[in-house]
Write a protein that binds this ligand. Sequence first.
Ligand code: PRP
Length: 173
Amino acid sequence: MVVGKPLFTEEEIQAKVRELAGMISSDYEGREPLVVGLLKGAFMFFSDLVRHIRVPLRIDFITASSYAKADTTGEVKIHCDMREDIENVDVLLVEDIVDTGITLNYLRERLLARAPRSLKICALLDKRERRIVDVPIDYRGFEIPNEFVVGYGLDYDNKYRNLPYIAIFKRSD
Ligand code: PRP
């Protein structure tokens, strides 16, 4: 397997992050959202995004997974839940990629059951072709083709997350 040419360069990603943060800042004017990062994949996007959001905010994280190497198991495991109480709170969930939608749908329902004032979703990548469960994405970075991608937080077997760009991961033959 090899990492191909960047699908999105570092500069393209950073421009998109600033654009998304601008929209979020306008929409949350006068409010103080709790921004929740979904680990591990969203760690880099999350940290870049929050530093460009111009409203006061609090942060929290959920560590969850459903993939083994390149395939979804279809079962979402919560390894570490968030610590903040979200009842009557404006929650913004930040995700690196929406693929089948299984992870996000599961977490969305879990969070909605805790009665937040609002719950919105920000995802950097949307692989719409692969969707099994429909989930609303309020802030979307890029729509991508049905290819396995790594970098900028996204992994294959927990590797390549540190790349500052996003690339297609292909078989070498
Ligand atoms: C990846 C990714 C999303 C999810 C998307 O997480 O970060 O959370 O899969 O896929 P889905 O829409 O098909 O559910 P993964 O399980 O690989 O864990 P990770 O965040 O630790 O990489």
